[in-house]
Design a protein around this ligand. Sequence first.
Ligand SMILES: [Fe+2]
Length: 279
Amino acid sequence: MKIRPLTGVLGAEISDVDVREPSSFKEIHRAFVKYGVIAIRDQSVTPEEQIRFAQKFGEININKFFTPHPDYPEISLIIKEPQQRMAIGESWHTDHSYDVVPCMASMLHTIEAPEVGGDTGFSSMSSAFGALSESMKNFLRGLSAHHSNDHVFGYTAKKQYETHQDGRVLNSELAVHHVIHPVVIKHPLSGKECLYVNKDFTTHVEELSEAESESLLQFLYRHASDIRFTCRLRHAPGTITIWDNQSTWHTSINDYDGYRRIMHRIVIKGSPIQSSLPR
Ligand SMILES: [Fe+2]
């Protein structure tokens, strides 16, 4: 197995491995924890084999909002057709932060990719947090933030977004999740402190006024999407990409109008979020 880091902060490409081979998993999982996002190249797997590989990371979360694969409900179809303009997940976010116990990882198996474009951007939330001043870190450690999915998947979003109107996003009546998580979390596997707010799902900071919360969140979104904390990942048919939702953000780069892009997505359940403050 060859592992090639993509940047100095996160991301790695893995080649010369077959994910169906049980003995390969330990090293793949180690790379996943170390790099936050891994792209395993040239995998020829069936939906059943993708499901079996995903189950090695943990139990599968069956997504309510994205179109399910007709034969495998564990797999969501993330499709953008040539004539569609919006892509799913265009702004920086972490998947499922609106859940009481958010998912640990997400996995995309690329079925069809545009000739150029359609990459995914990732950002390291441990590096972004680590680059802040000690005073700002201490301030953030004492805060918690509200997360919701109503404005992204719910009725208000239904009126607004092409992805809801053309049937790629379903079940808006189920988008009622609202939770509070610490702004800084302790990663369950690496033990690192990570920023845990994101532009899509975080609505406000509990302990601050509306104006203070808005200013702080805008600052954090700008800071944590700085290019020095990011990597950009190219998809190709057969690539299996897996990322850690507690240590990274991601964004789907929508620069491929006129091309079809098809992904088979699986989400893995996580463990309860831990605050970085000692109990
Ligand atoms: Fe996402």
